[in-house]
Design a protein around this ligand. Structure first.
Ligand code: SAM
Length: 335
């Protein structure tokens, strides 16, 4: 077990299984950039499930307890449940989670993922207003299908479902109360995320960020809220409980109240680069090592060295200037 240069242990691994997505949310994969001519990774560039499971096993030996599968849209990767089953077989890995836009989450898929060992699911949903939602996904995908996916996940035993909504000024700030109201009392947990300057293609401007404070004020005007303690060290969402017992709501304030000090997350891109920060410019190519016949010990040493020297704390240093520095796209390393 070891820590990085700020004393942060490695506890979580986020694995992006594909850089492709079937949505084109302008804050993440704007159509003008990720259009028909954009070159995505080729099949042979992607780590196979066996390669991913091998790396995950090594990360677990270094202290990782949780793996989250993400992307791109992870359910675009065929038979994802096969990967979940391989991860579930790793001793010491207690928690396997998935972040998805829900568009491909049928009842059968939810059940197959659960049976394979998936523990938790987060479904992204920015608005309940069909017109607003179709505009935020920018592929005209209807909100009703995501609501069906949320039910499918819950019925498969993946409840409580977390529902993540990025809030961008002028895009969906008017949807905050509706979302909270719809899921109050259902046991599901809506979490509102501040719009972040990830990547370099979304034309992020600080004026478009709706701060966690503003979101909290909007919610508190409707329902009294009481703060709740974090469930574990490094939890990214600030937790609030409805005072009337109708459940929980979360706020993720990565811009206005960064939480780099407790960031225990390592990230693996779909092509096998290890990233030490969501806002990093580049990652370390573990795929090359894997495919050049390196032993588990050699790969393990590289991962340990990278983590020990980690000194990233981008969000704590963020400025208008840093927002323009080169950064990897979120669709490449996952949210
Ligand atoms: N496709 C999956 C999904 O939609 O959940 C997984 C990948 S997506 C990159 C993961 C999460 O990142 C989504 O909830 C998405 O809304 C969020 N996200 C993307 N760009 C963001 C941004 N600029 N600021 C805040 N959150 C963002």
């Amino acid at each position: 077990m070891f820590s990085d240069s700020f004393g942060r242990p490695m506890r979580d691994l986020r694995i992006s299984v594909t850089d492709r997505c079937n949505f084109r949310c302008p804050y993440c994969m704007p159509k003008e950039v990720f259009g028909p001519h954009f070159t995505f990774l080729h099949r042979e560039d992607l780590l196979s499930f066996e390669e991913l499971a091998r790396l995950a096993r090594i990360f677990v030996r270094h202290g990782v307890e949780k793996v989250r599968l993400t992307g791109g849209e992870p359910l675009l990767r065929r038979d994802l449940e096969r990967l979940v089953a391989q991860l579930a077989a790793i001793e010491g890995l207690d928690d396997i989670a998935l972040t998805t836009n829900g568009s491909l989450l049928t009842r059968e898929k939810a059940r197959a993922l659960k049976d394979a060992g998936l523990r938790r699911i987060t479904i992204s949903l920015d608005s309940l207003d069909d017109a607003v939602f179709r505009a935020t996904n920018d592929v005209d995908f209807p909100v009703a299908r995501v609501l069906e996916a949320i039910d499918a996940a819950a019925d498969a035993g993946l409840a409580p479902v977390k529902i993540d909504a990025v809030v961008k000024r002028g895009m969906n700030d008017a949807s905050v109360i509706d979302l909270a109201r719809h899921f109050r009392g259902t046991g599901h947990i809506v979490r509102f995320i501040e719009y972040m300057d990830v990547g370099n293609t979304n034309r992020w401007r600080v004026e478009d960020v709706v701060s966690g404070r503003e979101i909290l004020e909007m919610l508190s005007r409707e329902w009294p809220l009481v703060p709740a303690d974090p469930n574990y060290f490094g939890e990214v969402a600030e937790r609030w409980l409805y005072a009337d017992g109708a459940g929980e709501v979360g706020i993720i304030t990565s811009v206005t109240q960064p939480f780099c000090g407790s960031c225990t997350r390592a990230r693996l891109s779909a092509s096998g680069e290890m990233y030490l920060c969501l806002f990093a410019a580049s990652g370390y190519d573990l795929r090359k090592l894997l495919r050049s016949g390196a032993s588990d010990e050699e790969i393990s040493d590289v991962i340990a060295t990278l983590w020990r020297t980690r000194d990233d704390r981008y969000s704590e240093l963020r400025s208008e200037e840093s927002a323009a520095t080169p950064k990897v796209e979120m669709s490449h390393i996952g949210g």
